[in-house]
Design a protein around this ligand. Sequence first.
Ligand code: NAD
Ligand code: UDP
Length: 312
Amino acid sequence: MTRKKILVTGGSGFVGSHLCDRLLQEGHEVFCLDNFFTGQKQNIVHLLSNPYFELIRHDVTEPFFIEADEIYNLACPASPVHYQYNAIKTMKTSVMGAINMLGLAKRIKAKILQASTSEVYGDPKVHPQAEDYWGHVNPIGERSCYDEGKRSAETLFVNYHKQNQVKIKIIRIFNTYGPRMHPNDGRVVSNFIVQALQNKDITVYGEGDQTRSFQYVDDLVEGMIRMMASPDSFTGPVNIGNPNEFTIRELAERVIALTGSRSKIIKLPLPSDDPMMRQPDISLAKKELDWSPKTQLDEGLMKTIEYFRSVI
Ligand code: NAD
Ligand code: UDP
């Protein structure tokens, strides 16, 4: 095989670090770019002695030049707590980050994949969500810096492709969990597991009737690799997620059962614009990428629980 040079932005984050592992295992050379806003050195420390791995501290809102064959653009905080901390910066990261990475891809003729999100569907009125649904997003709400930033990034990708023939790939990632999420990440799976392991109250927001479909990180990485390797004519967007849908209350109960915790479930106010339901239609990924998720919730939760036991 030929050893490719691959740039991963957001490479020290939760998903990015798993992607770096996989690309190195496949024999490629990996440039991991990160500003360490939500990423952790801990996630990639085991890679630092690998001569085919290079860590670059850089912010994607600033231009960056390197020679690479492929770019995976993951840089962006993904947890509502962190992306709302500095909403303007979040939008800059998505929009200016996309412009800078697309400009680089155009100049060096690299193929570029964008980590988009199910959040482009907002609080969906169509269920499950297929790629041809345009979404229901509040442009001025708490979540809009993330949702609209990612939507703008998709627009930029599509237009760099049309105007400048850049080879693009867009995946829409649905809620993903697994080892290396930050204990203070703030997303639901890590929150519940950390709370359960410490026998603290499990914080369900609202009544817990809202649903999400949870994907284990290894399945996502497989989907990303397959998407990058697919024919140039297939640009996406394509949903990558696990269609098994659970209420947040069910998730809390599973986590309590699997950890054997003494935690109790408490209810806290539901954040504004919190989507009521979310489930991917993955027909397109099955057809074009021959991809479907392999790890179901209990198995994935057990691996994630083991990880959090070792770090907290
Ligand atoms: P994460 O917060 O763990 O990782 C994001 C990484 O990007 C971090 O390492 C962070 O330091 C880095 N980063 C943030 N802003 C940056 C900037 N301006 N310049 C350089 N680096 C920057 O989140 P994650 O779950 O690993 O998500 C990775 C990508 O996948 C994100 O783009 C996210 O929007 C997307 N995504 C994730 C999920 C999910 O459920 N995990 C769902 C949909 C989309
Ligand atoms: N949530 C919750 N308790 C928490 C964290 C999140 O009940 O401690 C809920 C949140 O309100 C949302 C769902 O879990 O309905 C998923 O939240 P997360 O932040 O993980 O992702 P997103 O809302 O972006 O899908």
